[in-house]
Design a protein around this ligand. Sequence first.
Ligand SMILES: NC(=O)c1ccc[n+]([C@@H]2O[C@H](COP(=O)([O-])OP(=O)(O)OC[C@H]3O[C@@H](n4cnc5c(N)ncnc54)[C@H](OP(=O)(O)O)[C@@H]3O)[C@@H](O)[C@H]2O)c1
Length: 250
Amino acid sequence: MTINKNNPPPVALITGAARRIGAAIARMLHRNGYNIIIHYSSADNEAAQLADELNAARADSAHLEKMNLLDSAQLPALIASAAQRWQRLDALINNASSFYPTPVDEIKESDWENLVGTNLKAPLFLSQYAAPHLQATKGCIVNIVDIHAERPMRKHVVYSVAKAGLVALTKSLARELAPSVRVNAVAPGAILWPEQDMPASTKDSILQRVALQRPGEPDDIARTVNFLINDAPYITGQVIPVDGGRNLNI
Ligand SMILES: NC(=O)c1ccc[n+]([C@@H]2O[C@H](COP(=O)([O-])OP(=O)(O)OC[C@H]3O[C@@H](n4cnc5c(N)ncnc54)[C@H](OP(=O)(O)O)[C@@H]3O)[C@@H](O)[C@H]2O)c1
């Protein structure tokens, strides 16, 4: 998308944007001229600080939306409110995610509802409700998936299935919403370690399988999202791994 300073700024809704990778995406798109709808669920302080930071850099350029994405009855209101804030919506970035292990003999229906709810169901319905707004602006959707959508993560059956579904959703919606809306995905490798405890030995063994021998940074994901939105008018239905070469099967 070419941003013309005489036009009103384009608007991006980023789910789970208060912290970590979502916040890096918010800052990156904001630096590139977007007004940002910061969706979050529990991170009130981080969300408010990020909104203050963006609004200080450019007045009236960031807006907060708090919502538990598992409350699917509220999803239409999230999109309506986001699109209403500046009377347009140009990009939906489905970044929010729950993540925890579900060994096969311990999976409960509530795990399915939680992990599929955030990683697949919410992106599907947010995309459905956002589609008319994105069609009006020739906008796009970027889904944040995972390299483990392709090669499932041990002991993470439900999460891996949900992200695999999100890859399928990306390709399916790219087909359904073309030619007016592009839909792509970014598949991070090891970028930020999960906030739950992870032994140092596990981290070492993961990094040994990364060709570049180090974790990535949130900005590696943010730059790729920005590329797909602003600099890739002929790319749709693609999944771009950003994993330091982990998929080389080292
Ligand atoms: N970190 C990595 O190295 C890595 C690797 C592969 C893939 N990814 C993918 O990249 C994306 C960002 O990763 P991350 O590590 O930054 O994510 P994260 O910190 O695990 O989660 C991002 C946000 O999702 C929100 N969220 C979780 N459950 C929610 C719910 N029920 N309703 C609404 N929001 C909810 C949380 O918002 P609140 O904090 O406001 O509650 C959280 O801050 C995710 O899609 C993840 O699967 C990350």
